[in-house]
Ligand binder design. Sequence first.
Ligand SMILES: [Zn+2]
Length: 145
Amino acid sequence: MKKSIDPGMHSAEHILNGTMDQLFNCGRCFSAHIERKKSKCDYHFTRALTPEELIQIESQVNRVIRANMKVTDTCIPMAEADKRFNLSRLPDGRSDEIRIVSIGDYDACPCIGTHVSETSELGTFRITTSDFKDGVLRIRFKLNR
Ligand SMILES: [Zn+2]
């Protein structure tokens, strides 16, 4: 995780990942490219999303943003994290504890990045485009802040 990453965009990535996994049970994105103006996330998937589903994702993410949830972090023992989270994306050379970042009671995942402190800082979430190819669903998004 680069330190220069935009905290707002990166926090939106957390909410989008939580939403995708909740709606489609597809897990969190396996690859992400986060920039201040526009970002993209890639998911292992079996098909393209319908326009209705894209709207559903957008509205659910925006509901979380507007609910102004607090973004908090806590450190838990690695053994406990192993049971609760998929740690396969973590680099090796782990320590005994791991930092878990929570967005209200909506989403929680291990992360070392920088986040906003409240979701209302994110403005409005918009999916710009989405496409599907070779088992990979790509979602491009931006924030109107
Ligand atoms: Zn994060």
